[in-house]
Write a protein that binds this ligand. Structure first.
Ligand code: SF4
Length: 317
C-alpha cells in the first residue's frame, strides 16, 4: 500500500478577482522509500501542492480531492488531530533555513522542542536525541547551544534536516532545499540527503526549479504546468525520452557545461493566468506542436507505459 496517495487535489486560492486554480486536479502516489521530484516553472503549482499536503494553506482553499497519508485521510481531519501527524509522519525542509529557524532560540532548543511536542520524551532524552541528530547530519553535537546566526548557510540547512528528522517521519518534503546555497555546499547537502534517504528508507517529495538536482535525489519526476501534472515517470526515462513537449523544452533549456558553448534556450511566452485558465491544453499557446483539438479538449493524464503518464493529445496510448 502506498504511504501517500494524492487523489484529484484541487487548491484554488480565493482572491478579490476570483479563484486562482494553483493546483487543479493533482494525483500521484508514493511508496515507502520512494522519491518524487516536482518540476516546473515558477507559478506552476509545485509549492501549492506541498503546502496543501502539509495543510499549511487555508483549508477553505482546498476545494477538492483526497490525501491519504499512511492509511488516514488527512484533509478532512480536525487540525488538532493532524498536528500529531505533521512532523511525525511527514516533515518539511524549507528553502530558507534562516527564516525557518527561530533566531532567538538555540538550534538544540528548537530540535528538543520539536521532539517533545510529538513524543513523551523527557528533556534529557530529547537532548540526547538532538545530539544524535546533529551528528547524523554532520554537525558537531557541541554546536547544540549555538544560535542559527552563528552557523554557516550549509550548517543551517543541515540543522533544518536534523529538525525534519526529529520525529522519525516516513516522508520528508524538501522545498528548494539547496537554492540559497553555493554550488560546493549544494553538492554536500545533496550527498548528505541521499545518504539519509537510503539509510532511513525515507520517502521523499522534492521540489526544485533545477531539474538536475531533482534527477540526483529522486527516482521519479512529476512535471507540472499551470496547475496540472503534464508528465510523471521514472527520472531516467524522463531524462532520456521526455514525451510531453513542455518536459522536452525544460530539458532543452538546461545548460550543458561540458558541451560546446551555446546560448541557453528559454521557453518563449508565459504560462496562462490561473484565474481563468484556457479551455483545452493549458500549454497550447506555447506549444510548437499545437493542433486544433488542443484548444478544444483538455488532454487527460494517461499511463503510456508502466509508471509513465503523459497529458498530451500527441501521445495517444
Ligand atoms: Fe502541445 Fe497539444 Fe500536447 Fe498540449 S496537447 S502539449 S498543445 S500537442
Amino acid at each position: 500500500m502506498p504511504i501517500l496517495e494524492v487523489q484529484d487535489l484541487k487548491t484554488h486560492y480565493k482572491t478579490d478577482s476570483g479563484r486562482v486554480k494553483a493546483a487543479d486536479g493533482i494525483s500521484f502516489s508514493l511508496d515507502e522509500g520512494e522519491s518524487v521530484g516536482i518540476a516546473g516553472e515558477s507559478g506552476c503549482g509545485k509549492t501549492t501542492v506541498i503546502m496543501s499536503l502539509m495543510r499549511l494553506v487555508d483549508q477553505r482553499d482546498i476545494v477538492g480531492g483526497k490525501v491519504i497519508l499512511d492509511g488516514e485521510s488527512i484533509l478532512d481531519m480536525p487540525e488538532d488531530q493532524f498536528r500529531h501527524l505533521r512532523w511525525k509522519k511527514m516533515s518539511l525542509v524549507s528553502q530558507a533555513a534562516m527564516g525557518a529557524l527561530n533566531p532567538v532560540f538555540t538550534v538544540g532548543w528548537q530540535i528538543v522542542e520539536a521532539i517533545r511536542e510529538h513524543s513523551d520524551m523527557s528533556k534529557k532524552e530529547a537532548l540526547g536525541l538532538a545530539s544524535e541528530l546533529l551528528e547524523q547530519v554532520g554537525i558537531d553535537p557541541s554546536r547544540l547551544h549555538t544560535y542559527p546566526h552563528e552557523l554557516s548557510g550549509g550548517m543551517r540547512q543541515r540543522a533544518m534536516i536534523a529538525m525534519a528528522l526529529a520525529c522519525s517521519p516516513k516522508i520528508v518534503i524538501a522545498d528548494e532545499m539547496t537554492t540559497a546555497l553555493d554550488v560546493v555546499t549544494q553538492v554536500q547537502i545533496l550527498k548528505l540527503f541521499q545518504e539519509l534517504q537510503e539509510r532511513l528508507n525515507l520517502s521523499v517529495i522534492a521540489i526544485s526549479h533545477e531539474l538536475p538536482i531533482l534527477g540526483q535525489i529522486c527516482e521519479n519526476i512529476m512535471v507540472m504546468y499551470a496547475g496540472k501534472v503534464v508528465e510523471l515517470g521514472p527520472t531516467e526515462v524522463l531524462f532520456r525520452e521526455p514525451l510531453h513537449p513542455y518536459t522536452q523544452w525544460l530539458l532543452e533549456s538546461l545548460v550543458d557545461i561540458e558541451g560546446p558553448r551555446k546560448a541557453p534556450k528559454g521557453i518563449p511566452g508565459r504560462p496562462p493566468s490561473l484565474l481563468n485558465p484556457p479551455v483545452g491544453c493549458r500549454f497550447a499557446a506555447r506549444c510548437r506542436y499545437t493542433k486544433p483539438v488542443c484548444q478544444e479538449q483538455e488532454p487527460p493524464l494517461v499511463e503510456i507505459r508502466k509508471k509513465h503518464s503523459v497529458a498530451c493529445h500527441l501521445v495517444a496510448k
